[in-house]
Structures are given as structure tokens and as C-alpha cells.
Design a protein around this ligand. Structure first.
Ligand code: SAM
Length: 122
């Protein structure tokens, strides 16, 4: 993925992307539910790739609240980078892409009425 249009400061994802490509090679992906979006690197990578072949709906859950694992980050700035990066990703895609930003914990998103907007997992 060319990162020029994006603002990322950390990379927890790229090393696993080849595995994702292998696992999804014979599938058409049209709906994605991501728990933990941070700056949007994984979401943008998936949007860039999967929107080439089909319209895409992406749900991004994150509370952008920091916590023990992310104490060193200013999560307000992280969230602003997410907003910027997703805006970049959905601009000029081959197929339509709809991203729903779901701000809150995964428990909140699945446990409350907001969960009705999310795809069901079986
Ligand atoms: C390792 S980062 C995600 C990395 C991201 N997928 C990427 O590609 O850069 C983990 C993220 O999960 C979020 N997070 C952790 N636990 C969560 C929870 N229970 N509900 C929602 N978000 C959570 C954190 O706020 C953080 O932004």
C-alpha cells in the first residue's frame, strides 16, 4: 500500500497483511467489522484492496480512549488521524465504500442499541 496520502505513526498491521491476502484470496469481501481501528491503518489497507472488486461497507469500532496499552499516545490526535485517513481512503475508490465510525467500546457497541446497526456475527 502506498502510504503517501495517509498519516500513520505506528504499524502493528503490515506484517500480517500477506496472511490476510492468502485467507481472502478466493473471496469477495463486501462487509468488514473491525474492533480496534486506532489511526486506521488496517481499515485503510482493507478499503484500498477490497474496494477494487466490490462495494464495501466497513464498521470501525474504537473508543479512542487510550488505557494501559496506549498510555503513550494522545488518543485525540490518533482519532483525528483516523478521521483524516479514512477520508483519504474513501476518496476515488473503484467501488462505493461506506464507513461507519462507531465510537465506543466493543461491549458498548454490541450491548446497546447501537449494536443493531452492526452486522451480526455467528
Ligand atoms: C493495536 S491498536 C489497533 C491497530 C489498528 N487496527 C491498526 O491497524 O493500526 C488497538 C486499538 O483498539 C482499541 N481498543 C482496545 N480495546 C477496545 C475495546 N474493547 N473496544 C473498542 N476499542 C478498543 C484501542 O483504542 C486501540 O485504538
Amino acid at each position: 500500500m502506498g502510504d503517501d496520502k495517509y498519516e500513520f505513526t505506528v504499524d502493528w498491521f503490515s506484517q500480517y497483511w500477506p496472511n490476510w491476502l492468502t485467507l481472502t484470496a478466493d473471496q469477495t469481501i463486501s462487509k468488514i467489522l473491525e474492533i480496534g481501528s486506532f489511526e486506521g491503518r488496517s481499515a485503510c489497507t482493507m478499503i484500498d484492496h477490497f474496494s477494487k472488486t466490490a462495494p464495501l461497507e466497513v464498521f470501525c469500532i474504537d473508543d479512542w480512549a487510550g488505557g494501559a496499552d496506549h498510555n503513550e499516545f494522545d488518543m485525540e490526535v490518533v482519532e483525528q488521524r483516523f478521521n483524516h485517513n479514512i477520508q483519504q481512503a474513501v476518496t476515488a475508490t473503484a467501488n462505493a465504500v461506506k464507513v461507519q465510525k462507531c465510537k465506543g467500546t466493543s461491549i458498548e457497541m454490541f450491548g446497546r442499541s447501537a449494536g443493531q446497526r452492526l452486522p451480526k456475527l455467528f
